[in-house]
Design a protein around this ligand. Structure first.
Ligand SMILES: Nc1nc2c(c(=O)[nH]1)N[C@H]1C(S)=C(S)[C@@H](COP(=O)(O)OP(=O)(O)OC[C@H]3O[C@@H](n4cnc5c(=O)[nH]c(N)nc54)[C@H](O)[C@@H]3O)O[C@H]1N2
Ligand SMILES: Nc1nc2c(c(=O)[nH]1)N[C@H]1C(S)=C(S)[C@@H](COP(=O)(O)OP(=O)(O)OC[C@H]3O[C@@H](n4cnc5c(=O)[nH]c(N)nc54)[C@H](O)[C@@H]3O)O[C@H]1N2
Ligand SMILES: [Mo]
Length: 870
């Protein structure tokens, strides 16, 4: 015991949280000296526990054994995090926009360009409180939009997001920005109608699937899946270890994606390049091959499915006269017909499981419900649930706290909900707006949609509505309060959000954030919040599948500059509200919930699932509590094996309890929907989306942009981390010394376009353009262009038709949602063109943008925006 760690260290959970539940897989030990973070290193589960007492699980197959390790397999993003803490882009103190005068001219049109002056916390809190009171009196509480969902540091008592909603609820309500099931839009809107759930891991059990594949599987199909990138913040490198294990025991790994991502470069036995968001065509051609060659499991479908005849009719061309042959698919998806046939035949003969992290960026493309449904359709045709043939997810294994959701043997999942101080569920507010429709709603458009648009709700929820914003008698949005200021960088049609935030409807924008980036530039009042290193908290580590622990997270350093935690920042506003009396009376105490931080931590520990006799004092001393693996883990049913064995006794959550190749509920609800009909289809276009290369628009914008989750960032986070920016492929240094966001272009396209590695180019469509630095590479399929999602906005021209230097390509993503009756985001797999630019000429044309203070090591710096009081 204690063999790996010496000296003092502070334990922190350092993953990237989805819903404030604090789960992560990247706990770290921090060495601190003289109030400085010296280094961040892996955390050792066995520091205070004997490994044998923790009952290590084992996976055994082909004479080999796979076991958990005893230190966290943390990602570079976490190892580098001290550079984020000490970033030159930290907001040092409360700020007010220089030309925003609450008693005079508010100049909304200048948001994004104006400078800021330093103010005191007291003044900042008074300003926010007065604005809340004024908006309440003039328009009512629903005129305040709270943007509070999103990823954040894994904080519990000092919640990264949503503290303001606790306060606003006490003030009579607010309009909530509803969390999308963004990560797996296509699954949510599509797969649910064929098998009753999102991807398998999300709602149902996937226990023991790795054991099952190891014993019975021939191949794992990575369909748009980069386990060396996207599980890092959630599952650490466990997924990577599992890929090496598969190689070790001879389980083949087949990858389908437009790019050579960080996983197929290392682990793939076979890579099948496909054009972005054309997977549905490829899937239909696989179904065609199986149907015409008689190599699918009709007996299984007879007992486990309904409506297969409708599907077969469509695939064979009965409905539209177009048989979905491999030749037909080849022209759309770029995969040669012989490859499609060979692949379909291999699959039919072998036990194949499909793995996702969250689905691949095409799951967030136009009509994404179709490829998601088609994947389940294919799995069903090969006897879904039989040994070696399941689907599983490689990350967020404990997201909804469902036992058995991890494909690895689980222990008890700690529950951090009791101590959690942020986030009021978006569904709890009568006035809410899907995140994808925020810009239009702010600009005064009446928006309508179906469903509560939050992950985890049952299928039927998609049929509730229509919902509308604004509610009858309400007055639209007049104030925005955001603790997640990266909408323009992370969502659909970002340039419209720039227009919305500068719209005259919006009288006040309050931002609460540690770093000066993205939507922060549009704030009128900016409250500097801080990182989890600067506060004391409780947390958990449970997503790696190794060990589940509850963490006592001591404060590592004093708050930097004049910052406060999000909880404390909102607390300041609560105090300032009290002077107005009435509903605001005693509101600070009520906001705190009757406990000090310490008491919340203790309460959280007691309610987390630890045994009743576990001592809080011992927990504080050891800094963690570890749960042993559950004794009965080998008995837990594998994935959908129970459904496979007896669909009557273990039905799916569809209306018939079976796989629905024809969805009667979709047919009844929306008989005229051509985009998401009862049977999954290939969809060419819709009035909102013409994103196919072979359509007219494809002549003007001939390339499909792939915008994956960034390897070197978590969405909008970490773009300022100096150590990551040093990596050669992380940024491309332009002739002007600016570090541009990389764009991958295939050599054959680059030749035609006259582009070379190191050139600066503009990716554009009618919605505007973003710059980037070219890397000519065979890592991307010809006809597609690749640029990561999430680079920081650095505006040259703002608003629709604008231009951005930072390379935040969500600015030019389509604003319309997935399809007619679904409101998912469309942020990847859309059409663009690309051309080389001369940055010196642009600098002459736009001196203000090109002369902004800038440090190539960090990128944008906070002081660039501060005009007085620095
Ligand atoms: N092009 C493209 N776009 C996409 C996707 C894609 O595949 N391609 N994927 C989509 C998906 S799946 C998702 S989940 C979304 C993610 O979209 P978001 O969840 O909106 O993005 P994050 O960058 O994770 O955002 C969180 C924000 O919270 C801030 N933050 C972190 N910790 C704290 C804290 O303690 N306090 C405060 N106040 N702020 C904090 C971060 O700095 C950041 O600004 O993006 C979507 N957008
Ligand atoms: N480092 C890092 N990790 C993250 C995040 C991050 O921002 N950075 N974000 C987290 C979040 S919120 C989520 S939701 C998950 C997302 O996890 P995923 O949805 O799995 O991630 P993506 O990067 O969108 O896509 C994964 C892979 O899909 C492939 N792909 C892209 N387009 C297509 C296509 O049209 N067809 C096919 N077949 N394949 C395609 C690409 O090879 C890409 O590498 O990641 C999480 N982890
Ligand atoms: Mo996500």
């Amino acid at each position: 015991m204690g063999k790996n760690v010496t000296g003092t260290h502070i334990v922190k959970g350092l993953g990237f949280d989805s819903f404030g539940l604090g789960a992560n897989a990247c706990s770290v030990d921090i060495d601190e000296e003289n109030d400085k973070i010296l280094r961040i290193r892996p955390f050792h589960f066995d520091e205070h526990y004997d490994p044998e007492d923790l009952n290590p699980w084992k996976i055994e197959a082909h004479g080999k054994t796979f076991e958990p390790g005893f230190k966290t397999l943390i990602s570079p993003l976490s190892l580098c995090y001290k550079k984020r803490v000490y970033s030159k882009n930290r907001i040092p103190y409360p700020l007010k926009r220089i030309d925003w005068d609450p008693n005079g001219e508010r100049n909304p049109q200048n948001r994004g360009t104006s400078g800021y002056v330093r103010i005191s916390w007291d003044e900042a809190a008074q300003l926010v409180a007065s604005e809340i009171k004024r908006i309440h009196d003039t328009y009512g509480p629903n005129s305040i939009l709270c943007e509070y969902d999103g990823h954040g540091e894994t904080k519990i008592v000092h919640a990264a997001h949503g503290c303001m909603t606790k306060l606003m609820e006490l003030c009579g309500g607010f309009t909530s920005q509803a969390r999308q099931p963004d990560s797996w839009e296509g699954w949510y809107w599509g797969a649910k109608h064929i098998w009753g759930m999102d991807p398998l891991g999300q709602q149902s059990k996937q226990s023991n699937i790795i054991q099952d594949i190891s014993e019975n599987g021939d191949a794992v199909l990575f369909w748009g899946c980069d386990v060396e990138t996207t599980p890092l913040g959630w599952g650490g490198y466990m997924a990577s270890r599992i890929c090496f294990w598969f190689t070790d025991i001879g389980v083949k790994q087949i990858h389908i994606s437009p790019d050579v991502n960080y996983t197929n470069a290392v682990h793939a036995d076979k890579w099948i390049p496909v054009l972005p968001n054309t997977d549905a065509a490829l899937q239909l051609a696989i179904a065609y091959t199986w149907i015409t060659e008689g190599t699918y499991d009709q007996e299984y479908l007879d007992t486990h499915a309904v409506g297969f005849d409708h599907f077969r009719y469509y695939v064979l061309g009965g409905e539209d006269g177009i048989p979905k042959t491999p030749k037909w698919a080849e022209k759309i998806c770029g995969v040669p017909s012989y490859t499609i046939k060979a692949f379909a035949r291999y699959w039919a003969k072998h036990a194949v499981s499909i793995v996702h992290c969250n689905g691949g960026s095409y799951i967030r493309s136009a009509f994404s419900h179709e490829p998601a449904r088609l994947e389940v359709a294919l799995l069903g045709m090969q006897g879904l649930g039989k040994p070696g043939a399941n689907q599983f997810k490689f990350m967020e294994w404990t997201l909804f706290g469902i036992p058995g959701v991890s494909p690895l043997p689980p222990s008890k999942i700690p529950d951090m909900g009791a101590a959690y101080r942020g986030w009021v569920s978006s569904g709890s507010q009568p006035s809410f707006i899907p995140k994808t429709m925020i810009p239009q709603a702010i600009m005064g458009e009446k928006v309508t949609w179906y469903g509560h648009v939050t992950a985890g709700l049952p299928r039927e929820d998609q049929f509730t509505g229509p919902f509308t914003f604004p509610l009858e008698g309400d007055h639209g949005i007049h104030m925005v309060w955001s603790d997640t200021p990266c909408w323009e960088t992370c969502w659909n049609g970002g340039y419209h959000m720039q227009d919305a935030l500068r719209h005259e409807n919006v009288e006040c924008v309050v931002i609460q954030h540690p770093w000066m980036e993205n939507d922060c530039f549009f704030g009128d009042i900016i409250l500097p919040s801080n990182t989890k290193f600067e506060t004391e908290d409780i947390g958990s580590d449970s997503d790696s599948g190794q060990w589940n622990v509850v963490l006592y997270e001591r404060q590592a350093i004093q708050p930097l500059y004049d910052s406060k935690s999000d909880k404390e920042a909102v607390g300041e506003v609560a105090k300032a509200l009290e002077k107005f009396g009435g509903i605001y009376e005693n509101i600070y105490e009520r906001y705190l919930g009757g406990k000090t931080d310490d008491e919340w931590i203790e309460y959280g520990f007691e309610k987390s699932g630890v045994p009743e006799d576990a001592s809080f004092e011992e927990f504080k001393e050891k800094q963690y509590f570890a749960f042993p693996t559950r004794e009965d883990y080998r008995e837990m049913p594998v994935g959908l094996s129970k459904f496979y064995k007896d669909p009557e006794k273990s039905p799916l959550r569809t209306p018939t309890g079976k796989l629905e190749y024809y969805s009667t509920s979709l047919a009844q609800m929306w008989p005229d929907d051509k985009e998401r009909g009862p049977v999954p289809h290939w969809v060419d276009e819709s009035p909102e989306h013409q994103e196919r290369q072979y359509l007219d628009r494809g002549r003007t914008y001939p390339f499909l942009l792939v915008s994956n989750h960034p390897h070197f960032r978590v969405h909008a986070q970490h773009d300022d981390v100096t150590w990551l920016r040093e990596i050669e492929t992380c940024k491309v240094t332009g002739p002007d010394g600016y570090k541009y966001e990389p764009i991958w272009v295939h050599p054959s396209d680059a030749g035609k376009l006259g582009l070379e590695t190191g050139d600066i180019a503009k990716i554009y469509n009618e919605r505007g353009g973003v710059l980037g630095g070219v890397i000519v590479s065979e890592r991307i399929i010809p006809g597609a262009i690749y640029q990561d999602h999430g680079a920081r906005v650095d505006p040259i021209v703002m608003g629709a038709g604008g231009l951005d230097r930072g390379g935040a390509n969500n600015l030019i993503a389509p604003l319309p949602t997935t399809s007619k009756n679904t409101v998912g985001e469309v942020t990847s797999g859309f059409l663009v063109n690309i051309e080389k630019v001369d940055v010196f000429q642009l600098a002459e044309q736009y001196p203000e943008a090109f002369n902004r203070e800038y440090d190539p090591d960090c990128g944008l710096v906070a002081t660039a925006r501060i005009v007085e009081g620095a």
